[in-house]
Design a protein around this ligand. Sequence first.
Ligand SMILES: Nc1nc2c(c(=O)[nH]1)N[C@H]1C(S)=C(S)[C@@H](COP(=O)(O)OP(=O)(O)OC[C@H]3O[C@@H](n4cnc5c(=O)[nH]c(N)nc54)[C@H](O)[C@@H]3O)O[C@H]1N2
Ligand SMILES: Nc1nc2c(c(=O)[nH]1)N[C@H]1C(S)=C(S)[C@@H](COP(=O)(O)OP(=O)(O)OC[C@H]3O[C@@H](n4cnc5c(=O)[nH]c(N)nc54)[C@H](O)[C@@H]3O)O[C@H]1N2
Ligand code: SF4
Ligand SMILES: [Mo]
Length: 881
Amino acid sequence: MKTLTSSCPYCGVGCGVLPQVEAGRLIAISGDPQHPANFGKLCIKGSSLHETTGPELRLLQPKVDGKTSSWDEAMQSFSTRLKAIRDEHGPGSIAMYLSGQLLTEDYYVANKLMKGFLASSHVDTNSRLCMASAVAGHKRAFGADVVPGCYEDFELADLVVLVGSNAAWNHPVLFQRLLAAKHARPNMRLVVIDPRRTASCEAADLHLPIRPGTDAQLFNGLLLQLVERGALDLEFIQNHCEGFDSAFTAALQTPSDLHQLAFELDVNPSSLTRFVEWFTGTERTLTLFSQGVNQSSSGTDKVNAILNCHLATGRLGKPGSSAFSLTGQPNAMGGREVGGLANQLAAHMDFNRPEDIDRVARFWQAPAMSQSEGYKAIELFRAIDRGEIKALWIMATNPLVSMPDCEFVRRALSKCELLVVSESMAHTDTLELAHIQLPATTWGEKNGTVTNSERRISRQRPFLAPPGEARHDWQIICHLAQALGFDQAFSYQHPHEIFLEHARLSAFENDGRRAFDLSGLCHLDQTAYDALEPIQWPVNAAHPKGRARLFAEGDFFTPNRRARFIPVTPRAPQQTLDPEHPWRLNTGRIRDQWHTMTRTGRAARLLQHRPEPFIEIHPLDAQAQGLDNESLAQLRNPQGEYIGRVRLNEGQRPGELFVPMHWTRQFSAQACCDALIQPVCDPISGQPESKQGCVALQPLATTWQARVLMPAHQQKRWSSRYWSCIPLEHCQSWILADQQRVENWSDWCLEHLGCAPDLWYQDPTSGTYRAAALVDGALIWVLLVSPEGDFPDLSWLAQAFTRPLSPEDRRALLFAGPGHKQDLGALICSCFQVREASITAAIQAGLHSPQALGQALSCGTNCGSCLPEINALLAQEICHA
Ligand SMILES: Nc1nc2c(c(=O)[nH]1)N[C@H]1C(S)=C(S)[C@@H](COP(=O)(O)OP(=O)(O)OC[C@H]3O[C@@H](n4cnc5c(=O)[nH]c(N)nc54)[C@H](O)[C@@H]3O)O[C@H]1N2
Ligand SMILES: Nc1nc2c(c(=O)[nH]1)N[C@H]1C(S)=C(S)[C@@H](COP(=O)(O)OP(=O)(O)OC[C@H]3O[C@@H](n4cnc5c(=O)[nH]c(N)nc54)[C@H](O)[C@@H]3O)O[C@H]1N2
Ligand code: SF4
Ligand SMILES: [Mo]
């Protein structure tokens, strides 16, 4: 057994991990107590990493046009076809779509190849859907894409404002760090600005459930209040900023009267007043923002409306006092450093400065440097649809699920002459369309660096052998480059060489003009690179150990070193409601799943919290629509549809729905929420408005629901109107529902499950049917049918897939489940597998604090991500008592 250090492949918190490997498999994982992002803590996704690695379900070999091939054949075919397209249609006909989940080294060589050697700047990334508005806002205000603060600020602030962020679920370790500080200093305050009452609100002192899309009004109004209440830092404004007057003038369109503003935002005036008083009166204020701000057709302006308030009060880059963009993906920041976006060049250089283009070209000795910016993601897929872009290479992202109007993306991609997908898993929606499939190594196998939300570069280190023929993304890119004749510039033998080149480019002719500066790391040898400790950029002569904060003394990266106030005129969401589509559709994340579920969707433990795609709705709205909790409902608009289970939630604003972004065609019949999102974007950042769709809602009529269980790791799709896949321990389960009556279930089994049942039971009056098929006494499938969808607890059945079925099992299977079969409710604490019913019972028995519950049941005592839900149950039970 050996232990080494690495960092988590999921969110932008960038926690350090200690993997434990035995016999070539990851058997356990713990937090690295030395890592400054997490000091030993992990959330449930991080601590389940060993349940989502392993060779099962991996893409193991290259495939060309559906046939397994060798690497040489695949790369030969790739380079020949690519060359032919480029020769015939020019460099503008080829593109790449990358991801914030690539390592910096992968990302760097991809950009170098495309922008420097193939003369195409059509290289964009899923960060367009994620961080683009924050990047554009930073650049407008600071002259560079810099997050001024650091994680320590979460502990030092007296007021923390979370805008459009559900950090309790999406940045759990940071959120716990914040709560620990709040616990130690009860005067510290937390405000959440989010239309929904989220898990993050459970710990908040104040929640402003604003009307969706009104953040710019709120922060413009706040700017007026800062003026009115004399809270400006005039010295900072005068000495280090410009443009205050025009920003102030633009803000004057917003009501200066708080009652009127509260009316526009649709919040309680006294809550708004309290927020304004706290913000104006608290020097150490930290404003954190994420996708509720960025994913908007006016996201860049919203970012600047927030930054305006921090510039006006001089609250930037001071301990506990800053504006802070929470990054999503583990290397969202690294992608920005290497110029992963189509409108950027490497090392924070830009296409709009000719000297930058020249500088990068000279550094790379680039034979074919692209001279202008390329298409941003939405435009890129449109150009594919038009036939202008004919070859696309997708790497480490799943746009068939995550792009707005994903059915359009499917149509566009099916027109592509050459679609190459580098993927580590064998089954994803996007991979299915690829002409060439390339098996990539992933976390645990890969070697390189990532940069987290606080600009901290950490190592990801390899500790597992690549399965099958999988190769590293940087190797695959270099392989292609060499096949295209660029041997010398892509002859790297180790990621260390790429990292050094990246660091040297950041230092090249920099002279303090570019924020991103790794000059202090230009001379690392491989041993030092392998041993690199987490470090925050810039790392240079002035800051050899890295720099935690910037801008407290001004010195911005604009030509005159002054920050810019940006005038903001608030705009309403572009997706507008109409009588046929009257519901505002909000989309986002759940605690235990990661994006398109290719990894977290495989771990039974991570699908117990929210097992099925769902639609969250206010109970009164549901009642008016004739929808019960747990019933099935359908969302529609002219673009697409979505089917999910209704979840009543009083924290939902009336008229608004929330659906998760995670489910794909691998996991459910019709639950890609992006089918419903229109591809409208922010004009500056190009980021789509993923949070403000418009839909119709109606119940989904069904005459039966069923559950099917089969051995683990099966890919299966069903013809029923609704189905959803839920992995259990030792087996796989599906929930099915349809309107079409089934006359003969035995025939149905033959058709859909491959054989007639060996055991069955039918109750024609209730419509209940149960059946199973066995081979040599072992279960191969189980089917339970119930018109109303009431099924017994099936967890014991999963075990039955691992051993021959006993006579008692057979009886239980057909007539009931053995032992406790009452529904224990949702899994609240994933770490200790504690369900809602146990917690509720313990509260009713008199345990009235999270600590008491933790002592009795262990719930909430490990990663703490479920504490907001435990607190909510406490509030609910105690107030009902
Ligand atoms: N568990 C989990 N964690 C993750 C991820 C994951 O997939 N799963 N993904 C990672 C990634 S890539 C990212 S980008 C981050 C995203 O992290 P977050 O930004 O926290 O994630 P979301 O749930 O997409 O959206 C945040 C909130 O924005 C709110 N919102 C919607 N409209 C508005 C609005 O008009 N104004 C305001 N103020 N709020 C609004 C939503 O109700 C939602 O609660 O999470 C990272 N962490
Ligand atoms: N409606 C709506 N849409 C959204 C959002 C939203 O809030 N609402 N959020 C947006 C945001 S912020 C984001 S970040 C995106 C995320 O959306 P995606 O990037 O599409 O989602 P992932 O599932 O993370 O896709 C990563 C893919 O890379 C594969 N992979 C993993 N490791 C490696 C590797 O090392 N190499 C290679 N080649 N492949 C690998 C995984 O198996 C997976 O298929 O979704 C966006 N879309
Ligand atoms: S908070 Fe969780 S998902 Fe994010 S990096 Fe840490 S362990 Fe990974
Ligand atoms: Mo993201």
